[in-house]
Design a protein around this ligand. Structure first.
Ligand SMILES: Nc1ncnc2c1ncn2[C@@H]1O[C@H](COP(=O)(O)OP(=O)(O)O)[C@@H](O)[C@H]1O
Ligand SMILES: [Mg+2]
Length: 181
């Protein structure tokens, strides 16, 4: 068996472990405090067709799934809210903030739309839509784009519950925009 090289571990915390496999160019995420299932995979795959979110590929087992590897994450949006972080000043432009705002609201709109197909009081929602779960990506042409990561923070909820972080993120973005623009 080939030992997984340490450099291939992207992230390792009490919540999850993310490993990059260069031979297939995909990332494996193992969640440590919850389980995933086929229903979740199917729902997220439908959601990712339209939402600006990281694309998942397959379920490996009840704790692990594969996803696209995003090679050029330069920061998470969380770091843009720290006014002393001068290295991020170039990202704090009007159009980048508009794109960031769109990324969050579009994902929520897509989730609302897909929730209409769920029975009874069920909603497809994200209970952890914090700014640390939005990646700042620098593409080949040095263009900045935004994408929601942490796919497993989306789930089917019984009722419109645990959605506070979405509204908190919106408010935070507005306050940061006020300060910088
Ligand atoms: N698909 C990916 N490609 C590259 N890096 C990723 C990817 N997903 C996550 N990461 C990196 O791993 C970190 C943690 O990911 P996340 O999914 O938010 O884990 P957690 O569930 O533990 O919060 C991110 O901030 C990012 O730097
Ligand atoms: Mg996260």
């Amino acid at each position: 068996m080939v030992r997984m090289k340490k450099k291939n571990i992207i992230h390792n915390s009490t919540e999850s472990k993310i490993i990059y496999d260069p031979s297939s160019n995909i990332a494996y995420k193992t969640v440590k405090t919850k389980e995933i299932n086929e229903q979740w995979i199917a729902m997220y795959k439908e959601f990712q067709k339209t939402a600006p979110v990281v694309k998942i590929i397959d379920m490996i087992d009840s704790n692990t799934y594969t996803m696209e590897y995003i090679p050029n994450i330069i920061a998470t949006v969380d770091s843009l809210t720290r006014h002393w972080a001068k290295e991020h000043n170039f990202i704090r432009t009007k159009n980048n903030f508009i794109n960031l705002h769109n990324c969050i609201t579009e994902s929520w709109q897509c989730a609302m739309r897909i929730s209409k197909g769920l029975e009874q009081e069920m909603f497809w929602a994200n209970e952890d839509l914090k700014l640390a779960n939005i990646a700042v990506i620098k593409d080949k042409h040095d263009k900045i784009t935004f994408k929601l990561i942490d796919a497993d923070s989306w789930a089917i909820h019984d009722g419109y519950q645990s959605v506070d972080t979405f509204y908190q993120s919106q408010l935070k973005i507005a306050l940061v925009m006020q300060r910088f623009i």
